[in-house]
Design a binder for this molecule. Structure first.
Ligand code: ARG
Ligand code: GLU
Length: 713
């Protein structure tokens, strides 16, 4: 009896933990059948794991691309049409914009194929196949090996594997480590380099709400843009050529016009960048109490200064818009992260897990011997790591915000190349440096930078080098910012001189000297120790991961994100972040108009959109007289999932992922199903904008629109 009761309790506990985990996890598509299919079906999925990943015939994964290596995109027509976010396509949109054709401001729509715009550095990558190659990679690796020997054995095995593994001549492959170095998977890929811009809404739609609304719910952004993949005449990858033809995909997504309601199953398919879900509590504590707050404080200063100038000067506003958005994006995310880690009691949770881990380990001799001191070791290592981790963050944050150092770094490359390989080395570098500086100067103001330098350096010296006298920062700033090479024309003129002269001038430059001093100081005092400790931590963390998987056998572990293709699934739902505050899961066009501020930099609304809302001219895309805009679900996503498709129970496209809610950004470290939500644009809003706003019905005609809910009505 007692036994049965215990077994029952055990079973309920098991079911509870599995149920609670329903939304957490970024899963490998080739392991879904084995690990997730059952649960996905229980949550409402109507297709099978094989429909998602199948190497023998077209499956959903064949419609998903890594977009430029930093975002996700998906194929939505049989003619290679690709959907991604506006902020993912922004670079392309910006590069094609001039004062006469301001596609950022006005949007862009190719009316036919010949108007589609090529993008030199853009590419998309398909995943053809994924194989578990752990055994092959671990060949000849033994537990008592030195770390460096271990790594070189692994590198050797990977190189051999990459050579011998089967693939077509136009394909490529790479091997990545998973579960902190416990497993290795090989990816066969196909990369297309002719990707052309097809369409983008004006940023008053595509980036509506800008920084104020970023990471926030309720959201009203139509964050999308469209591209087309072109292939050679044989349908295979090819360099750009006007002769190329639209790529015919193995699979393109069908698009549902039926929308979603609460508790509908959804999955997001894409390339999440980086998460750290299996850290020791000491590491989490450092992130929330030391590193995030330091980085936030530095960025706050920089943003405050830049914003001040942007508000005074229209020219500076345009110049610094993208940079400001970039600095602000992480600044705001880290704040949400700290808040969320606190609110979700992440530390308590971790510590409880660790106590349970230790209890189980101590109870079994074999584990105790292997893993008995692991937690203590990690804790000690993190304590030692702390000041170095902080120094790293200070250095990288401060130096990267001071743009004078960007010029110094570029010019210094010429000096180091000259020192290494003489004139030949110098000449080999010159074109790249000239190019980089040209791009750099297009978005640089010495006035703004001078202020940033003075304030950030003051902070840096106070916090990181209290031994140094701090009184003369102002004077130092005045002196440094007299540097003539802060001026584009002067820098260009300098590079016309002969190498020896240029190198001589640079060597005696105060700015270049300061930059080199800072760098050297960091390399010797911080970097060296940091690398040493990080290697030790990585090794322990690898063992800890392996141990957790062994000790918590009842749990299904997913590997941390590492920019490889993953599936995450959850349900459409709102959330309640604070006492008495609860958020609905849908927003509508009416809400765009509620936020409307005529002429405002963030909240202006194009006249045509206002008219369409007034006349309720929503075509087949509206619902009950309203136009859906964005919605929420509990899919576990992170940076890199931008542009990922949100799919319904049948695998139809229902939304386009582009953000997370602020209170839930700690999901990179501690996912909490109660408040972690991903934000998607409703696909019907995208179609409405393409069709009704832009009149690009030629694009709609390419797509396959479906009504999956009609069946069940
Ligand atoms: N927060 C989203 C992501 O991390 C969107 C960023 C782009 N939008 C913006 N307003 N900055 O990347
Ligand atoms: N906007 C993010 C991206 O660019 C996705 C949001 C997130 O971090 O979840 O990938």
């Amino acid at each position: 009896m007692k036994f049965i009761r215990q077994a029952l309790i055990g079973l309920t506990l098991l079911v509870l933990t599995i149920a609670a985990k329903a939304d957490e996890g970024m899963w490998l598509p080739f392991l879904l059948e084995q690990l997730n299919e059952k649960q996905m079906k229980a949550l409402g999925m109507k297709i099978s794991a094989k429909d998602i990943y199948n190497i023998n015939k077209g499956s959903l994964k064949d419609a998903i691309v890594s977009f430029g290596g930093f975002c996700t995109g998906e194929v939505i027509s049989s003619q290679g049409l690709v959907l991604t976010n506006h902020h993912c396509g922004f670079d392309a949109i910006q590069n094609h914009s001039t004062l006469d054709h301001n596609y950022i401001q006005d949007g862009f729509w190719a009316r036919n194929r010949s108007e589609e715009l090529p993008n030199e550095k853009l590419f998309v990558t398909f995943i053809i196949r994924i194989d578990d190659v752990t055994k092959e990679v671990m060949n000849g690796v033994s537990p008592d090996m030195k770390e460096t020997d271990r790594q070189s054995q692994i590198d050797k095995n990977i190189a051999a594997l990459r050579k011998s593994s089967k693939k077509e001549s136009y394909q490529d492959n790479f091997v990545r480590s998973f579960y902190e170095g416990n497993q290795y998977y090989l990816f066969v890929t196909e990369t297309y380099k002719d990707v052309r811009l097809v369409g983008a809404p004006p940023s008053s739609i595509g980036n509506f709400g800008k920084d104020t609304d970023n990471w926030m719910w309720p959201r009203h952004t139509g964050d999308f843009s469209m591209f087309r993949i072109y292939a050679g005449k044989d349908g295979k990858p090819a360099e750009y050529s006007p002769e190329n033809i639209p790529y015919v995909p193995k699979k393109s997504l069908s698009i549902s016009l039926d929308g979603t309601v609460a508790n509908d199953f959804t999955m997001v398919f894409g390339f999440p960048g980086r998460t750290t879900e299996y850290l020791h509590s000491s590491a989490v504590e450092q992130i929330m109490n030391v590193n995030d707050p330091a980085k936030i404080a530095i960025r706050e200063k920089a943003l405050h200064i830049i914003n001040g100038y942007m508000r005074q000067d229209e020219q500076l506003r345009i110049m610094y818009a993208a940079k400001y958005a970039g600095i602000e994006n992480s600044y705001k995310k880290w704040q949400g992260e700290v808040l969320g880690l606190n609110n979700s009691n992440a530390l308590d949770k971790k510590r409880k897990q660790e106590a349970e881990f230790q209890k189980r380990v101590d109870a079994r001799a074999e584990w105790k011997e292997k893993y008995g001191t692991l937690l203590g070791d990690l804790d000690a290592l993190y304590k030692e790591f702390k000041p170095y981790g902080l120094a790293r963050d200070y250095y990288t944050e401060v130096v990267s915000k001071i743009e004078m150092f960007t010029i110094a770094a570029q010019l210094n490359l010429l000096v180091t190349s000259y020192d290494r390989d003489g004139e030949k080395g110098y000449q080999g570098r010159l074109a790249a440096v000239q190019n980089n500086l040209k791009d750099f100067f297009a978005e640089f103001s010495p006035t703004v930078d001078k202020k940033v330098f003075e304030e950030l350096m003051d902070l840096y010296v106070k916090e990181q080098h209290p031994e140094k006298p701090n009184g003369d920062i102002h004077q130092l700033t005045e002196q440094l910012y007299k540097w003539e090479l802060l001026d584009k024309t002067a820098a260009e003129a300098l590079l016309k001189k002969d190498p020896a002269t240029v190198v001589g001038i640079l060597r005696s430059s105060l700015v270049v000297q300061l930059y080199n001093d800072l760098q050297k100081n960091y390399a010797t005092k911080t970097q060296a120790k940091l690398t040493e400790l990080q290697n030790k931590i990585n090794q322990k963390q690898r063992t800890y991961m392996q141990a957790q998987m062994e000790v918590f056998k009842e749990k299904t572990f997913y590997p941390d994100a590492n920019s490889t293709l993953r599936v995450t699934y959850g349900k459409v739902n709102g959330y309640a972040p604070r006492d008495a505050v609860s958020f609905d899961y849908y927003t509508y066009l009416d809400g765009v108009l509620e936020k409307y501020k005529p002429g405002d930099y963030e909240f202006d609304v194009p006249a045509k959109l206002r008219e369409l809302n007034k006349s309720k001219d929503f075509g087949p895309y509206g619902k009950n007289g309203k136009m859906p805009v964005c919605f929420l679900a509990s899919n576990h996503t992170t940076g890199g999932n931008s542009g990922s498709p949100a799919l319904d129970a049948y695998g139809n496209l229902v939304g386009l992922n582009f953000d997370r809610v602020w209170e839930g950004t700690m999901s990179d470290i501690n996912y909490d199903p109660a408040i972690c939500r991903n934000i998607m644009v409703d696909i019907r809003y995208i179609l409405f904008i393409v069709d009704k706003y832009a009149g690009a019905s030629n694009l709609i005609a390419e797509m396959k629109l479906v009504h999956p809910k009609a069946k069940t009505r």
